[in-house]
Design a binder for this molecule. Structure first.
Ligand SMILES: [Zn+2]
Length: 109
């Protein structure tokens, strides 16, 4: 079992960086970068599949329709909140009113 995955960026192999150069003189290539394989689920993130934010963005922009088709949002999500006005103080002791938004736990918490 290999301990890496190939970066999923569709253009990773087109970036002109020295760490992508492979091969011998006369037949050199720019190769997709390796990404260290994550063995623990809690560490899984985009950096488990992409070598950089740029490669992640390229992937997301290229495949956005397919990704959205997998997880469509047909209605908005809502977070129950409580909005209150709270008096607060500036650094110079002048008071002002600010809006405080607190998340409300409707699950009996
Ligand atoms: Zn990449």
């Amino acid at each position: 079992m290999s301990n890496f995955v190939w970066c999923h960026g569709p253009s990773c192999h087109k970036s002109h960086t020295q760490d992508r150069i492979r091969g011998v003189k006369g037949s050199k290539v720019l190769r997709t970068k390796k990404v260290a394989k994550v063995t623990q689920d809690r560490w899984t993130s985009m950096y488990s599949y992409f070598c950089s934010q740029g490669c992640y963005n390229d992937f997301a922009n290229t495949y956005v329709r397919e990704i959205i088709a997998l997880h469509p949002r047909t209605e908005p999500l809502e977070t129950p909140i409580e909005v209150t006005k709270v008096q607060d103080t500036y650094w110079n002791n002048e008071t002002y009113m600010r809006t405080e938004i607190k998340t409300v736990d409707n699950n009996g918490g």
